[in-house]
Design a protein around this ligand. Structure first.
Ligand code: HEM
Length: 325
């Protein structure tokens, strides 16, 4: 028998120099199974809640679109909404975990940093899947709904309305749908580039991954603009705004006291710090987050949250007009 001449001394081919414990997409997908199962459970609970509300006549969606007063027929729309909510909840969770990891180190954590990192990665994979399921169920509902056109056209129109930016041409959806699509299409590369960071370089990955906060902002914006269950200026909309407070606070903490010392702002022009224009951009970013934080508090306290008025509002800007049913 020949002696084992491989670098690891264990038969691993010489060209495969990957550390054996390196995180891969496959290992994370496997690790995400319990997380995804929990997300399915949450989606089912939200679906049941929305179904019961529609059935009882208390649904805000029906108030906006009276023709939807039948959960048995519009169950796919309700399922799309439910996936939207679980996607937003998971996005919230994964962003909070990411900010905890990249911001000031908390004195004591109930779990190890590695565990937090793993949760951040698995919840981020689940979030992208939930966002996709939300859009897919919306497309499925459109296929069911467009009864007066041929099958191939039904499929194409549903696909284009849901996934092609600029295609959907009705009401608020002309703006809100591309915003949602922007969130989904950015989430995919910004989340998955982690798994090829050994190819693109850790610094490139880190610089790009930072922009994942844009995905979250677009998701919240899309929901506030388009979600019929938060259409009116009532408690669900207030709760949605309130949930943004801890995110903005953690983002500010992360910018003021980043875990990586190289990202600290420091005094302008000091030796070893960034150039003055770069410093100005960083300082402006921090000031913008302070403004956002103050803005959210002002919205919650004043009640001026962009919600419509139930009495005077008309369903003219409803998510989708019933044209063929
Ligand atoms: C291809 C992208 C997307 C499409 C086509 C899409 C479509 C829609 C539509 C049509 C609605 C209105 C439903 C209603 O409330 O009556 C909606 C609402 C919503 N969307 Fe999206 N969306 C997309 C991306 C996203 C993303 C990335 C998120 C982020 C998590 C998201 C979360 C939500 C939430 C939470 C609602 C509110 C549902 C409700 O009021 O019950 N969507 N979306």
């Amino acid at each position: 028998m020949l002696p084992d001449a491989t670098p690891h001394g264990d038969g691993t081919p010489a060209r495969d120099r990957r550390p054996r414990d390196r995180v891969t997409l496959r290992t994370d997908l496997r690790a995400a199974v319990p997380d995804a199962a929990a997300a399915v459970g949450v989606t089912a609970a939200v679906f049941w809640f929305l179904y019961v509300r529609m059935d009882s006549g208390a649904s805000a969606t029906v108030a906006v679109m009276p023709f939807m007063d039948d959960p048995g027929t519009y169950w796919m729309y309700l399922l799309s909404q439910a996936f939207g909510w679980s996607a937003l909840l998971w996005a919230w969770g994964t962003v909070m975990l990411g900010l905890l990891l990249s911001g000031p180190r908390p004195g004591r954590l109930p779990v190890s940093r590695q565990t937090l990192e793993r949760w951040h990665r698995t919840t981020s994979l689940t979030t992208t899947a939930l966002m996709f399921a939300h859009a897919l169920m919306f497309a499925a509902e459109l296929v069911r709904y467009e009864t007066e056109v041929a099958w191939l056209q039904r499929l194409w129109v549903a696909f284009a309305d849901s996934f092609v930016p600029g295609w959907y041409d009705s009401g608020t959806g002309r703006i809100a749908i591309p915003i949602g699509q922007g969130a989904l299409y950015l989430a995919i590369p910004l989340g998955l580039l982690f798994y090829v960071r050994h190819r693109i370089g850790a610094n490139t990955w880190r610089r790009l991954h930072r922009f994942v906060i844009v995905v979250y902002v677009l998701s919240v914006w899309h929901t506030l603009l388009y979600g019929t269950n938060v259409w009116y200026g009532e408690w669900p909309r207030t709760v949605l705004w309130l949930l943004q407070l801890p995110v903005a606070a953690l983002l500010l903490a992360r910018l003021l006291r980043p875990a990586r010392s190289g990202e600290r702002l420091g005094a302008p022009g000091r030796r070893g710090t960034v150039s003055l224009p770069a410093w100005a951009v960083r300082a402006a970013g921090r000031a913008a987050v302070v403004a956002v934080l103050v803005g959210i508090v002002a919205v919650v306290v004043s009640g001026h949250d962009g919600g419509r008025d139930r009495v005077t509002d008309t369903p003219a800007t409803a998510p989708h007009d019933q044209t063929t049913d």
